[in-house]
Structure formats: C-alpha cells, structure tokens
Design a protein around this ligand. Structure first.
Ligand SMILES: [Zn+2]
Ligand SMILES: [Zn+2]
Length: 402
C-alpha cells in the first residue's frame, strides 16, 4: 500500500503551539492535505500522552485512529465523524545536552512509557523535552525500545546536528535510521554530502498548528507491506520511500545567512567580518545553503540509487493567499481553499494533478496561479535568520495564463 506520512509535529502542550493542535483537529485537517498517517509529536509529554491514550484506539501494531465519539476535554471539540480516516503513529522530538534535536518514532505506548523512565530530564515541562544526555545515549536507549531515530531539520543554525558536529557519526557513533532534511534543504542539497549517501531522508512539516499551510507542508510518500510500525520501519530503512514532498528550500526560515532580529541577509564573508553580529544588535545565523556548502565534498548532487525524487510543493492556502493578496488564515482564503480541496479530494490533487479547466470552474484566478506554479514561474525571495521565504507573482500572472 502507498501512503503519505508526516512524522514531525508539535501538540498543544508545546511552547508556541496552537491550542487547536489536538488529535481531532489534526485528523480532519490531515485528510484535506491528503495525509494518511501523522506523527502524534510530543509523545513523551505526560498530558499529551494521556490525551493520546484517551482519544485513540490501536487499529494495527503501533498505528492508532481516533476513537469514535471522543470529546476533547479542554476545547469540547469532537470528531464530526464520517471521512476522518487519518491514522497516527507515536513520535516525539527531543533536545539533547548540546541543543541538538532528534526525532523518535515509537512502536507502542509501552515503549513510550519505558523511554520516559530512562531519559534524564523533565518530560512534562514542554512537548519537546530537554534531555540531559548526548545524542548517542538517546539513540541507544531509543533503539533498546525498538524505536527509530534520526536528527531533526539537520542543517539549521540553532538546534540541529550539523550546527554542532561536522559528521552525524560524531554525534551518534553509528548510522542514524534517517535524517530529516528540514524546510530549508532538499535532496539536491543534501546529496552533496558523502556521508549521507546511505541514509534515508525524511521530509516532515514540524507543524505547530493544524492549518493547511503548516500541517503536511512537507511529507513522505511511502510504499508499505502493511500499515503498522514494522511496515513503516521496514520502508524507511530499506529505501521504500517513493518521494519526498517539500518546500523549495528557499522558502525555509534558515536557507540564507541572515540576522535573526532584523532578517537582513549577509554574504558569508560579511558575516565573518562582523563577527556574526548585525549592526542592529541581532545575531547573524549561518544559512543552511552555506552550511551544506561547507560540509559538501561534491559541488553537484550525487543521488544514490535508493534516493527518491524530491517534489517541490507549496501550501495551496498560500497560493490562494497570494492570488487575492489576503492573509492565509482569513475566512476568505480558507473558503476557497476548502472548496478546491473538497472538489478534488485533497490538496496534492489540486496542486499537481487536477486539470486546469476544472480548477478554473472553481476559481479562474487561482487556476492561473496554480498554472504558474506548475510551470515553475512563481518567484521566490529566499528566507533566512528565522524568516520564511516569500512567494511572489511575475507581473501579469493573474491575467496571462487565461
Ligand atoms: Zn526541532
Ligand atoms: Zn539585524
């Protein structure tokens, strides 16, 4: 079977996360995005764990779905039933002693409970707990519980493995099960680094809200023997990822070297000359593009045979927002987004597969922008320093493609 999966999100008990980030909302939004499987995130956090246990039931080994009739205790939200068929798998992100982030995917609630008992740190202070251990210890303990583990957003400048180490082996002393590319990198960039040739890449959203421009903004298309933890583990470890869907890396928050306060972008030499201090007082953070350049042995990507294609996508809600120059979370934008998604089944169908003539019947202007997107004619101002890249239209796009 073929599924779309997003393994890395944060729940409502995480810092700076939407109160709407709860299993019920995630499941219904995931369906619109075309996701079949979503990581629960934050599985080590006591309250989140309790909510997960109360609101889901196991439908296959390590795979959970919403319990019918469950009402969220904080918000009173409930599953409206019907088509919500998204499944969950237990996942978390943790921060180690060197402030390196790791994603852990669990086989069962039991393994979550056991790892909670073994890791040193306060599991309940934040959805992403700080562990007073190094990456290799965390990986070893997680492996003992049958989990799979790899670095999160591997190249970003604040909390990634490559901000701390020049090799993933310096951190883990063994091969990680996967590496999460993060929004600011893609396969063409990462496959310039020799040591990554035999490591599978995951593309996950790291969403802090369930809305359609966040959840599933990056995801993995995978072929599984069966939808279970073992089926998934096998697919990740054995190269049965069919495609990575994700941002053009220029849209990521850390693609270019830039100031983390005023977001001014810098050439690397300029940043060095300024000793990584912006005149505004902010810190200049090294861009993912430059970090990968430093680590790379090749100036062109060398894709190993198992590496799937990386397909650049944009959140459809951002396309609608751009078309009408209205905020992505406005009712106006959400209404058009929902109409398109309901008509064509999910967001990926609208973006990539639906005939333009049919999209035109829903909204001729959005059709023109989707056409521009499919032709690679959306302009991008690269992000950096913590600010997302921006999309823009070439002049006359709205009229030109009729
Ligand atoms: Zn992280
Ligand atoms: Zn600045």
């Amino acid at each position: 079977m073929i599924i779309n999966a997003d393994f890395h999100i944060h729940g409502k008990y995480s810092i700076a996360t939407s109160k709407n980030m709860m299993p019920i909302t995630m499941a219904s939004q995931a369906r619109f995005k075309g996701l079949d499987l979503v990581g629960t995130g934050d599985a080590l956090h006591g309250k989140w764990l309790q909510l997960l246990e109360e609101s889901t039931e196991e439908k296959a080994d390590g795979i959970f779905s919403l319990k019918e009739g469950f009402v969220d205790p904080d918000s009173g939200s409930f599953d409206e039933g019907g088509e919500t068929n998204c499944s969950f798998i237990l996942t978390t992100e943790v921060e180690d002693m060197k402030r390196v982030h790791h994603v852990i995917i669990f086989p069962s609630f039991e393994s979550v409970g056991k790892l909670r008992g073994k890791l040193r740190g306060n599991m309940d202070s934040d959805g992403r707990p700080r562990i007073r251990m190094l990456g290799d210890e965390i990986m070893q303990l997680a492996h003992e519980e049958g989990c799979i583990v790899g670095p999160s957003h591997a190249f970003t400048p604040w909390t990634s493995i490559y901000k701390e180490y020049d090799s993933v082996y310096d951190c883990y002393h063994e091969k990680p099960d996967f590496l999460e590319l993060g929004l600011s990198a893609d396969t063409d960039m990462a496959d310039r680094i020799q040591e990554l040739q035999d490591i599978p890449f995951l593309t996950n959203s790291d969403a802090h809200s369930p809305w359609p421009h966040r959840l599933g903004r990056e995801f993995n298309r995978m072929e599984l023997k069966e939808l279970s933890f073992d089926g998934l583990k096998h697919a990740i470890l054995n190269g049965n990822i069919l495609a990575n869907y994700g941002f053009d890396p220029r849209l990521g928050k850390y693609h270019k070297t830039a100031c983390s306060k005023c977001y001014r972008k810098y050439e690397i030499q300029e940043a060095i000359d300024l000793n990584w201090r912006c005149p505004c007082g902010g810190k200049i953070k090294k861009g993912v593009d430059y970090r990968i350049y430093e680590l790379s042995g090749w100036n062109k990507p060398h894709h190993p045979e198992h590496r799937p294609p990386y397909i650049h996508i944009l959140p459809l809600a951002e396309i609608v927002s751009l078309t009408y120059n209205k905020g992505v979370t406005t009712i106006f934008v959400q209404k058009i987004w929902k109409e398109l998604v309901q008509k064509f089944g999910n967001e990926i169908n609208v973006l990539i597969h639906a005939p333009l003539d049919d999209i035109e019947k829903v909204d001729p202007k959005v059709k023109n922008v989707i056409n521009a997107f499919r032709k690679g004619k959306i302009l991008i101002e690269a992000g950096g320093g913590g600010k997302y890249g921006e999309i823009m239209l070439e002049q006359n796009t709205l009229d030109n493609y009729f």
